[in-house]
Design a protein around this ligand. Structure first.
Ligand code: ADP
Ligand code: MG
Length: 232
């Protein structure tokens, strides 16, 4: 088992030319915590996630992982993007095994089974549904045994029913793995369904923060679910 890392983002600034996207953003996640960052389209959510993954550098402020400044690509993080980003010229199995060493390859099949696609390893990504492709993307991320899972609107292009099914899967995987998770979404219902804490980003800063105390799992079935979702 790989314990989740602590994440500390403090006073982070990032601008593209005169477009100030993050203007002193703060985010802390305890090891194993599930944090959701919600905000409108264009509010800087993906920019924040790229900083956490080490795919981009802030202009100011700090990003610390387990107490140490992040330099280069974060080795313990894996990202799932909205479009899955599977490589179309590899079948499903090799897509999941990508970047794994020889003896870790077995994990690819194990993870495909975990997301319910054990029998699709030799299919091409193109023949899968959108939901199945996102399952493969999740399997690929988890096969890397991340201690930090970064989800950038992973369910944004799915229909409502598939989205709920996938939310259940994500919760089950997180409950089993306890990797620290940062979920970026513009869907408040999704944030309340999955996260321990919901952070609202607006104008490049934290505009609000709500702990989600509705018991797990399957929060959607709880009477307080809708009330909290409407508050946020
Ligand atoms: P969100 O994910 O919340 O929709 P983004 O983080 O993708 O928002 O984008 C926030 C803002 O930053 C947008 O105005 C976008 O155009 C700008 N932006 C993001 N990445 C770049 C980049 N590489 N170069 C220039 N502008 C960028
Ligand atoms: Mg985005």
């Amino acid at each position: 088992m790989n314990p989740g890392v602590a994440v500390e983002v403090a006073d982070v600034r990032r601008a593209f030319g005169s477009n100030v996207v993050l203007a002193g953003f703060d985010l802390n996640a305890r090891p194993g915590e599930f944090v959701a960052v919600v905000g409108r389209s264009g509010s800087g959510k993906s920019t924040l996630l790229r900083l956490l993954a080490g795919l981009d550098r802030p202009d100011g402020g700090r990003v610390h992982i387990d107490g140490a400044p992040l330099r280069g690509v974060c080795p313990v993080a894996r990202v799932v993007f909205q479009d899955g980003r599977l490589l179309p010229w590899f079948r499903v199995g090799p897509n999941v095994a990508l970047g794994l060493s020889g003896d870790a390859r077995g994990r690819a099949n194990e993870m495909l089974a975990r997301v319910g696609l054990a029998d699709r390893a030799s299919d091409w990504p193109a023949v899968l549904s959108g939901g199945q492709r996102q399952r493969v993307a999740l399997a690929r991320a988890l096969a890397g045994e991340p201690r930090l899972l970064l989800l950038d609107e992973p369910l944004g292009s799915l229909d409502a029913l598939t989205r709920i099914e996938m939310q259940r899967l994500i919760e089950d995987l997180w409950l089993a793995g306890r990797f620290t998770t940062v979920l970026i979404t513009h869907d408040v219902d999704e944030a309340v369904t999955l996260a321990d804490r919901v952070v609202l980003i607006a104008a490049g800063r934290v505009a609000g923060e709500w702990p989600v105390e509705i018991p797990r799992p399957r929060r959607r079935d709880h009477p307080d679910f809708g009330r909290l979702a409407r508050t946020i």
